[in-house]
Design a protein around this ligand. Structure first.
Ligand SMILES: [Zn+2]
Ligand SMILES: [Zn+2]
Length: 210
């Protein structure tokens, strides 16, 4: 599996490219802004984009869906509990403020335990509600992409519609902190002292989950 962390210039967003070497295909997780730059990363790696995966429905993660979809015809994948808000008016307005657009409808509705096949690489969907009702993390082979559920040294906010701190902490404790200790944590924003972490390190030091 190829992993590329791409830091975008707005909101300290991290977009991720997950590539499968054998089939030369890839997924983009939260390609929110600067989609030309993101698509150039895929192209220069020789990878064709087959999936757009949103960790959740917030505008700062989905504002690039329309541009990437029209350039690649990739399938837009999001958890079924967040799919309804993808094209919602308020979300589209916010996406435009960020310089993007509202998202086309989802092509694939996800639920806990589903796998998304990027060529021969199977990404596992872990439903981690709390930041939003349909927030997900994605896991493959010691790598976990946590969206706005878990950051390096922090957790996602829970004061937005559909948020719940109790649910978020339960998601983190039961579904993330139970993964192998060495699992690399790849967050959705660069809010911490380092751009990535591990399950073990966050378990021991993250002040919000104690
Ligand atoms: Zn969010
Ligand atoms: Zn966010």
């Amino acid at each position: 599996m190829v992993v590329k962390q791409i830091k975008l210039s707005k909101m300290a967003i991290f977009c991720y490219l997950i590539g499968d070497e054998k089939t030369r295909t890839c997924a983009l997780i939260d390609p929110a802004f600067e989609t030309d730059r993101i698509l150039a990363v895929a192209k220069s790696a020789g990878l064709r984009v087959t999936h757009i995966i949103n960790t959740h429905c917030h505008a700062d993660h989905i504002a690039g869906n329309a541009a990437v979809k029209s350039a690649t015809r990739a399938d837009i994948c999001i958890h079924q509990d967040d799919a309804g808000r993808l094209g919602a008016m308020a979300n589209s307005a916010m996406a435009r403020i960020f310089g993007g657009r509202g998202s086309p409808k989802a092509d694939v509705l996800l639920k806990n335990g589903d796998t998304i096949a990027i060529g021969n690489t199977a990404l596992e969907v872990i439903h981690t509600p709390g930041h939003t009702p349909g927030g997900i993390c994605l896991y493959h082979d010691g790598h976990l992409f946590t969206g706005d559920t878990l950051f390096v040294g922090a957790v996602g906010r829970t004061d937005l519609p559909g948020g719940s701190l109790e649910q978020l902490l339960t998601s983190i404790r039961e579904k993330i902190f139970t993964l192998p200790a060495a699992t690399v944590v790849w967050p959705g924003h660069d809010y911490g002292p380092r751009p990535s972490s591990t399950v073990d390190y966050e378990k021991r030091t993250n002040p919000y989950t104690r």
